[in-house]
Structure formats: structure tokens, C-alpha cells
Design a protein around this ligand. Structure first.
Ligand SMILES: [Fe+2]
Ligand SMILES: [Fe+2]
Length: 163
């Protein structure tokens, strides 16, 4: 753990609270990664190709977000969620399994959009919370927030293109 870095954070806010917020984000990123990855492999049909390639790319992005949050948690002397079964409990945005109908692309897209919107809402609150308390965590939430805002926009476009 970074001693000086953690000391600075601890002078403004309870470090355990920061770690808990970061773990919530970490769990949500894993769930989004898994949701998008599984949906990418599950969907089928003539219009599925574009959706599949976006889901695959974005699922990789969400895993990179999880990695960033994990690194920050460890920098602060914490541990990322160790029990895989606890992810849904720790996260704030839930997990939507792919629809039974593999051709229901609209449902898949809507589920992605609601996950992105939930993340945007949470990260936006975190940016507000940390801007004067922990600049490193603030920058991290801000960076990921920008990504999710871009994601939401992209999926809204994909939704509008659905028949
Ligand atoms: Fe993400
Ligand atoms: Fe995203």
C-alpha cells in the first residue's frame, strides 16, 4: 500500500469508506463484464453481428475498469471482493441475465443501457463526493464516468437502429 498516499486520504475521509465505494464499483464492473460477455456469445440472428462485436469489445472495457478499481483498492491497503458469489451483493447495479430468446436483441440492448445508466448515476455521485477529499479516487471515478457516458450514447444509437 502507498503509505503517504493513504495518509493524505485518511486526513480527509475514512479510508474504509473509500475502499467500500471502490469495491461497489469493482463489483459492478465485473457484473457488467460478465453480462456483456455472456450476451455477446448468447445472441443470434441476422442482425446480431454488430451487437456481438460491440458487446465483446465493451465487456473487455468493463474488465479494464474492474482492474483500475482493484488497483486503487490495493493502493489504499484494501482487498477487492474476494468471494465471487458476493459480487451481486456488493454491487449496486445488479446483474441482468440474457433473455431466453436469443434473438431478442432489443432486450439485451435495454439491459446494457440500464446497467450503464446505473453506473453513470453512481460514478457521478462518487465524483461529487471525492472531488475535495481524494484526488486520485476522484480522477479514477471521473475517467470511468466519461467512458460510461460514451457507452450509454453508443447503446442508445444501437437501440434506435433496431427494427
Ligand atoms: Fe465500466
Ligand atoms: Fe460501460
Amino acid at each position: 500500500m502507498g503509505k503517504k498516499g493513504t495518509e493524505i486520504v485518511a486526513s480527509k475521509i475514512d479510508v474504509n469508506e473509500v475502499i467500500a465505494d471502490l469495491n461497489k464499483a469493482y463489483a459492478d464492473e465485473w457484473l457488467a463484464h460478465y453480462q456483456y460477455w455472456l450476451a455477446a456469445h448468447w445472441v443470434s440472428g441476422i442482425n446480431a453481428d454488430a451487437i456481438t462485436s460491440r458487446l465483446t469489445a465493451q465487456s473487455a472495457d468493463e474488465l479494464l475498469h474492474a482492474e483500475k478499481f482493484a488497483n486503487r483498492i490495493m493502493e489504499l491497503g484494501g482487498a477487492p471482493v474476494m468471494d465471487f458469489a458476493k459480487l451481486a451483493e456488493v454491487g449496486g447495479c445488479g446483474y441482468s441475465k440474457p433473455p431466453e430468446d436469443q434473438g431478442n436483441l432489443k432486450q439485451v440492448i435495454e439491459d446494457v443501457i440500464s446497467a450503464e445508466r446505473c453506473a453513470i448515476d453512481f460514478y457521478n455521485r462518487m465524483v461529487e463526493k471525492y472531488r475535495d477529499k481524494d484526488y486520485v479516487t476522484f480522477e479514477l471515478f471521473k475517467t470511468v464516468l466519461l467512458d460510461e457516458v460514451g457507452d450509454e450514447d453508443e447503446w442508445e444509437d444501437l437501440l434506435s437502429q433496431q427494427p
